[in-house]
Design a protein around this ligand. Structure first.
Ligand code: BJW
Ligand code: ZN
Length: 247
């Protein structure tokens, strides 16, 4: 990564009117939250793919509940970092701006982002496995057993999207519609291996947007990026913001 790359990102953003930031776990890494893949990505010896599934919850609800409760405890203690803050500040700069996140930690909203699409749900929502009723709950830790639904008595589950489950239709439609019209897609802190979310990057590139990737490592879709900023988002995004503000 060199200053030329930051300069190219600044130039692309300076002429942009419609901007979408597409984020993954890496944007919260500097807030102390673990990413899913790579070093430190295991939880009690399990890969995410083994815990984040409806089958895992059916087979061992207590294990999966514990996984999410620990995530809630960590997320509640975490604070937004300069990457979240920069992505939030840009909502005042661009005529059309949206954050589309795969994250469930709520830190974009914590940094003040108003227009946030959560593709994979939220840690702060619980959903009844019986009647589907949803409720928000920001306490952590929760009891060791999944709570019972006040309406029907069935167990509640985390309001997140597991492997093999459909993403919320409205969120996907809104994200697609923003991405296919944007001038710049910022792809921040995602390995871009989980679909259909990763397809948003392909959609933006096919529609002619400039893709700017911000990630210490090349993602699976780095070849679609016109500009690659290789380093931590909490350091690089403020540099881009300073370049933009500098006229
Ligand atoms: C930094 C940094 C710093 C570090 N700064 N960067 C097409 C092809 C193949 C498979 C499929 C396909 N379409 C669908 C599938 C199946 C499957 C899938 O994608 N599998 C692949 C993994 C092979 N997809 C699904 O099952 C999806 N559902 C579906 O397709 O349904 C179909 C259906 C239709 C109709 C009816 C029924 C079904 C659902 C996917 C749900 C994913 N859920 C999870 C868990 C959410 C809840 C939770 O948080 O626990 O979402 S899995 C996990 O991965 C989580 C994340 O949101 C997601 C993406 O991970 P992310 O954010 O990219 O994190 P990492 O760890 O992978 O990467 C972090 C990055 O940060 C790295 O690149 C680092 O370098 C970087 N980084 N520090 C910037 N400081
Ligand atoms: Zn219920």
């Amino acid at each position: 990564m060199n200053q030329d790359d930051v300069g190219r990102a600044v130039a692309a953003l300076r002429s942009a009117r419609r901007v979408v930031a597409f984020t993954g776990a890496g944007v919260s890494a500097e807030s102390g939250l673990a990413t899913f893949r790579g070093a430190g990505g295991l939880w009690e010896g399990h890969r995410v793919e083994e815990v984040a599934t409806p089958e895992a919850f059916a087979a061992d609800p207590l294990l999966v509940w514990r996984f999410y409760d620990q995530r809630r405890v960590h997320a509640l203690a975490a604070r937004p970092n300069p990457a979240h803050e920069t992505l939030s500040a840009w909502q005042e700069r661009f005529p059309s701006y949206m954050v589309v996140t795969q994250n469930v930690d709520g830190l974009h909203q914590g940094a003040g982002s108003r227009d946030v699409i959560e593709l994979h749900g939220s840690l702060w929502r619980l959903r009844c496995t019986g009647c589907g009723r949803e409720r928000d709950d920001r306490t952590a830790p929760l009891p060791a057993l999944p709570p019972r639904c006040a309406a029907c008595g069935a167990a509640e589950r985390p309001g997140v999207v597991w492997f093999g489950e459909a993403l919320p239709t409205e969120a996907v439609m809104a994200a697609k519609s923003a991405v296919e019209r944007c001038d710049v897609l910022l792809v921040v802190g995602t390995s871009a291996v989980v679909y259909p979310a990763a397809a948003l990057v392909e959609l933006a590139a096919a529609a002619g947007a400039t893709v700017i990737e911000v990630n210490p490592e090349a993602s699976a879709l780095a070849h679609l990026a016109g500009v690659a900023l290789r380093g931590p988002a909490g350091r690089l995004l403020p540099q881009v913001a300073a370049g933009l503000a500098g006229g």
